[in-house]
Design a protein around this ligand. Structure first.
Ligand SMILES: O=C(O)c1cc(=O)[nH]c(=O)n1[C@@H]1O[C@H](COP(=O)(O)O)[C@@H](O)[C@H]1O
Length: 235
């Protein structure tokens, strides 16, 4: 499996915060305990793209969680723009047309695409309500195979599907999982969740962690505890 140099590099902190001032304050508090940040929909519409570029300039890795899904021409042109920014990851929804367009547009760039399989806030009943006649497990497996066929470099999936997806796709696919909750932490809107240690033990390359760090009394201590749990699971 593709490994990261330090357990810290496997923890991606989601900066789901209302503005750049809050994000700046959070990254200052976290300091060198965090090397990898996710900038997503909340922050991106509040100056987050320029902030992401600053993070990259400061030597941090950045995951742009933009969750593209559109017609191929639009996806392709937008993905070309993102590929120029110097980010490490970009999310696209795991629809074959979308994935193929994004792969063609970003080939040869330093950007790795992560295909979002089934959101971690969904369970089987939510999928039924959205019109899918499949279980979460089966839809994740179907989309995982399609992502591999499309040439996408990684997947977003829940901790619950990690082991089966690793067995299905082998070591080459990067498996990145949100839905991470240290023991005893509140689930919030997450329905398919696990602890950092169990997600790493089940084969995750990297974990996305938001509120358990950004809403903690002591975000730095929380980040350090999660890194220690990752290190213990890798040992
Ligand atoms: O694409 C994502 O990053 C994502 C996919 C998914 O299925 N579930 C999910 O929670 N996420 C993101 O991961 C982060 C999880 O945040 P917390 O629940 O606060 O740890 C949020 O920024 C979500 O947007």
């Amino acid at each position: 499996m593709t490994g990261a140099a330090h357990p810290r590099d496997r923890m991606i902190v989601a900066l789901d915060l209302p503005g750049v001032a809050e994000a700046q304050a959070m990254t200052e508090r976290l300091g060198d305990t965090v090397s990898f940040y996710k900038v997503g929909l909340e922050l991106i519409y509040a100056g987050g793209l320029d902030f992401a570029k600053r993070l990259i300039g400061d030597g941090k890795k950045v995951f742009l969680d933009l969750k593209f899904h559109d017609i191929p021409n639009t996806v392709s042109r937008a993905a070309e723009q993102v590929a120029r920014l110097g980010a490490t990851y970009l999310t696209v929804h795991a629809y074959p047309q979308t994935m193929k367009a994004a792969v063609a547009a970003t080939q040869g760039s330093g950007l790795t695409l992560l295909a979002v399989t089934v959101m971690t806030s969904y369970d089987d009943a939510d999928l039924q309500a959205a019109g899918y006649g499949m279980t979460v497990k089966d839809l994740v497996a179907r989309r995982a195979r399609q992502a591999q066929e499309a040439g996408v470099g990684g997947l977003i999936l829940s901790p619950e599907e990690l082991a089966a997806t690793r067995a299905l796709l082998g070591p080459g696919m990067r498996l990145v999982t949100p839905g991470i909750r240290p023991a005893g932490a509140s689930l919030g809107d997450q329905k398919r969740a696990a602890t950092p240690g169990s997600a790493i033990a089940a084969g995750a390359n990297a974990l996305v962690v938001g509120r358990p760090i950004t809403q903690a009394q002591d975000p730095r201590a929380s980040a350090q505890a999660i890194t220690a749990e990752i290190a213990a699971a890798l040992a």
